[in-house]
Design a binder for this molecule. Structure first.
Ligand code: SAH
Length: 365
């Protein structure tokens, strides 16, 4: 399994090179790329327009399907959480979020996560390993096929967010490779501006992203307006503190086109980071760095071992109003799929057994 090349993570040119190395003409490579990425076929036997001999050769040397779906949970709000397994038996989670205008898929960049954010359930897994580009692309193919049918067109296109398990910028090369493959017009054709990647603040990679022309959108998880509090909630802050992080954001901002913006995410933890004073500190911080980003306020998604509760609705509103009064656009994100452990920060390979055993607090902010 592992020694076979996973073609789900190969660009069109790489697939062509691979096929010609087997002594086949280049057009067979284009056919194969389209079969995997556009028709979303996961099994070489299904590609009936390729000669049988070639299909047999492919099966010996390559694969396009290494992830398997272990279980699938459907929320009362229509959100679907897919718990998948890698070939080496590690959990990968992907979430489908139906939305009025355009559906969104939230994918994982790592199995588990090495960061120790205190409000996130994925942190409890630790890092199992980074995913390959192929494993990132496969997640999208599996979900699209499940929701719409194998190879069926997506009615209104698809947005992707790299906000599942893991820190995407600690798996930067695979992540960018996956986004390049997914953007191919002969394949999935999900172009970079339909993709948003969220980072906890890996500063060198924010700077690297700034230099790339065709790139996904950026979101930064802040969670606190001071180093003192952020050190506590997101230990990555000790490595790259706020001043450094926000000056990298400023560099990134200078490379944006006039109407483009990036996003800050701010998880709202009851009584921890949600006071009016925190809101003023946050607004002043962003204004001092001349950042014209928008702020998404995410009410905390509770999970039993996590020591937090979501901020009450009135608190979130007050926080939002203070930001707006200081000229910052703020939006309150509606939690999706909380009942099936599919919401932000709840991805920790939770299975039906655990869900039934957990007295799940469905506190509505
Ligand atoms: N490691 C990346 C991407 C994964 S987290 C990052 O940190 O950005 C995606 C988003 O979910 C982040 O903004 C994070 O702050 C938020 N989040 C994590 N745990 C959460 C929880 N329990 N409730 C609400 N949001 C949470």
């Amino acid at each position: 399994m592992t020694d076979r090349l996973n073609l789900a993570g190969s660009s069109q040119d790489e697939v062509i090179d691979f096929v010609t190395s087997l002594g086949e003409p280049a057009y067979r490579g284009r056919q194969l790329f389209a079969a995997i990425q556009h028709r979303r076929l996961r099994n070489f036997d299904e590609i009936s327009d390729l000669p049988k001999t070639l299909r047999e050769r492919l099966k010996e040397t390559a694969t396009a399907a290494t992830l398997t779906v272990e279980s699938r949970y459907i929320s009362s709000d229509g959100t679907r959480r897919f718990l998948m397994k890698t070939h080496d038996n590690l959990p990968v989670e992907t979430v489908f979020i139906p939305e009025e205008r355009r559906d969104t898929i939230c994918f994982s960049s790592q199995s588990g996560c090495p960061l120790q954010c205190t409000f996130c359930l994925t942190a409890k897994l630790g890092l199992l390993r980074s995913l390959t580009a192929a494993e990132i692309v496969e997640q999208i193919i599996i979900v699209l096929n499940d929701v719409y049918g194998t190879g069926a067109p997506t009615p209104r296109g698809t947005n992707l967010v790299g906000m599942g398990a893991g820190e995407p910028f600690l798996n930067f090369d695979s992540l960018l490779k996956a986004t390049r493959i997914m953007g191919d017009a002969q394949g999935l054709f999900i172009v970079p501006h339909r993709i948003t990647i969220s980072t906890a603040g890996v500063v060198p990679k924010i700077r690297e992203l700034a230099k790339i022309q065709e790139r996904p959108n950026l979101a930064i998880s802040l969670a606190a307006p001071t180093d003192e509090l952020r050190d506590e909630l997101m230990p990555i802050n000790k490595k790259w503190p706020l001043e450094e992080l926000l000056s990298a954001c400023n560099e990134f901002q200078q490379t944006l086109k006039p109407r483009e913006r990036f996003t800050f995410e701010y998880v709202m933890l009851d009584g921890v980071n949600d006071s009016d004073e925190h809101a003023r500190q946050l607004a002043n911080l962003l204004n001092r760095h001349k950042l014209r980003a928008k702020v998404n306020l995410i009410p905390h998604n509770p999970a039993d071992p996590l020591p937090y509760q979501p901020s009450p609705g009135a608190r979130v509103d007050s926080f939002k109003r203070i930001l707006e009064a200081k000229g910052i656009d703020a939006f309150v994100r509606k939690p999706r799929g909380r009942d099936i452990f599919a919401a932000c920060g709840q991805l920790a390979a939770v299975t039906q057994n655990i869900m039934s055993a957990t007295k799940h607090r469905e506190a509505t902010p």
